[in-house]
Ligand binder design. Structure first.
Ligand code: ADP
Ligand code: 5SP
Length: 476
């Protein structure tokens, strides 16, 4: 009865699709598949949703269980604007979470409603990342394309709908649109950006079934499909996260978050007030430049990513994609404090430090926004591609001053999706499935004294460099 025992979880994230086939009882990973995505360069960040669909087929085939799994679920990068025509085909490439061209539209929305009022309504003050700003950008810059749109989806909704034929989403990913609040879609925000609510998917309750896999699909016909969710919400499920336990995720984006018991509404916009994929909240701060930006910096200085050196006073703000935390969408990379004796290894270490700085600074705000008390003794869970790197681990230990736990399980977003799929079969909450699978277990790295001098040097450089960084983003 193999079909009863195995579920597939998918992470369709910025750089790739990753799929895991997981044993329902034990959580053992039975097979893995992966396929890369292309992201546009230049002023914007776009990807073709058809490419995600092909990558999904390749990744699930790679698990070896696509034709036998009993249930599946798809998690995806948050916020992306997927626009479809009457045939369900993309009208244009998706505008991704790290496309900063929509910054003026985000500012316009905050000005129209008031930042505090938007935080009260939708949980968040929108930045360029939010789908509401992206739709407003499309309306302003490509009105003919916007007029052809008959359905608006998030990346994971698009893939779930292709599999099932059902136009549905979940509260976690919906909370990153900027047009969803506790009472459902916010009609005033939608009216302001000129988006017909009839174009949006239905928000299903936590634990609901999205539908069944249709015939002719890359997964077994009739397999159950869970709602899926945003990648950060899925990782929270995948860790079996309980309230107040902080997570730092080092991927293309850097994120810091914790499950909260109270609904966040940070009027400063540093903490996004997301919902989780269950009934709670997931306050989160996100940077645009994390592991990918540091790797790019390593290539620039001609070093392997682990080839770092301590010492020196150079500061790097690695804002290669603009930045979201702090909200400087037009910012660019900046090196300050170079001396004759600065080494390439010190420059690279400074890039790690500059990438970690804002995330760690936001950690306590994230906890407070969810109604939790900061608990400095609680080990920080470290996940995402960067969590495997020794230089990243040492950087986080040194700049946080706290213990760090690195789960042995690697693909926590895909595991969270798998837990959501498993929950459809067993009736358990998805986070309880993940705790039963012991997914968060892993090495705990002992704390070291916090390097306050480095943190202060970065804070001070950031403050003095504001005139250079507070510029409009390139592009329309
Ligand atoms: N062993 C490693 N050590 C340090 N960094 C790594 C390692 N493997 C991957 N990375 C970094 O992780 C990034 C991918 O992270 P991941 O969380 O998979 O990305 P995504 O944002 O697409 O979800 C890569 O761009 C790379 O910078
Ligand atoms: O925008 C956010 C969170 O608000 C990002 O975290 C995206 O969800 C993309 O994630 P990765 O592809 O880097 O995992």
């Amino acid at each position: 009865m193999a079909a009863q025992r195995v579920v597939i979880g998918v992470d369709s994230s910025t750089q790739s699709t990753k799929a895991l086939a997981v044993d329902l009882e034990t959580g053992a990973v039975l097979g893995e598949g992966r396929a890369a995505h292309a992201v546009s360069a230049g002023a914007g960040r776009e990807s073709d949703p058809e490419q995600w669909w092909r990558a999904l087929a390749e990744a699930v085939a790679g698990t070896g269980w696509a034709d036998r799994a009993a249930a599946c679920s798809i998690a995806g990068q948050q916020h992306g604007l997927v626009t479809l025509d009457t045939a369900g085909r993309p009208v244009r490439p998706a505008l991704l979470w790290n496309d900063v061209r929509s910054a003026p539209q985000a500012t316009g929305l905050a000005a129209a409603f008031g930042a505090a009022e938007l935080a009260r309504r939708t949980g968040s003050v929108p930045t360029a990342a939010f789908t509401s700003a992206k739709w407003a950008w499309l309306r302003a810059n490509e009105p003919a394309a916007a007029d052809r749109v008959t359905a608006v989806r998030l990346p994971h909704d698009f893939l779930t709908e292709r599999l099932t034929g059902e136009a549905v989403t979940d509260r976690g990913d919906a909370s990153g649109t900027g047009w969803w609040g506790p009472d459902g879609y916010d009609q005033d925000v939608l009216a302001r950006i000129g988006l017909d609510p009839g174009l949006l998917p239905q928000v299903l309750p936590p634990g609901a079934r999205a539908g069944l896999v249709r015939g002719g699909m890359p997964l077994r016909e009739g397999a159950l499909v869970a709602t899926g969710t945003g990648d950060n919400m899925a990782a929270a499920l995948g860790l079996g996260l309980t309230p107040g336990r902080p997570v730092l995720s080092l991927g293309t984006s850097g994120t810091v978050y914790a499950v909260g018991r109270t609904r966040p509404a940070d009027p400063t916009g540093t903490v996004a007030g997301f919902a989780d994929a269950l009934g709670g909240w997931l306050p989160l701060a996100c940077t645009l430049n994390c592991a990918l930006a540091v790797d790019r910096f390593a290539a620039l200085v001609g070093r392997d990513r682990e080839d770092v050196e301590g010492g020196g006073t150079v500061v790097v703000l690695p804002y290669l994609d603009g930045e979201r935390t702090p909200d400087l969408p037009g910012a660019s990379g900046l090196v300050h404090g170079l001396r004759h004796d600065t080494t390439p290894g010190q420059l690279l270490q400074a890039a790690y430090d500059g990438a970690a700085h804002a995330l760690l600074a936001a950690l306590d705000d994230v906890l407070r926004a969810g109604g939790e008390n900061p608990a400095p003794d609680e080990p920080l869970l470290l996940i995402g591609g960067g969590a495997r790197g020794a230089a990243w681990q040492r950087t986080v230990l040194r700049l946080s001053g706290r213990a760090v736990q690195v789960p042995a399980a690697r693909e926590l977003v895909a595991l969270g999706a798998a837990a959501q799929a498993a929950a459809l079969l067993t009736g358990e909450p998805a986070d309880a499935v993940a705790r039963r699978w012991r997914t968060a277990e892993g090495r705990v790295l002992e704390p070291v004294p916090r390097d306050d001098d480095t943190l202060e040097r970065i804070t001070s450089t950031l403050r003095r460099a504001r005139a250079l960084q507070e510029v409009p983003p390139e592009g329309r």
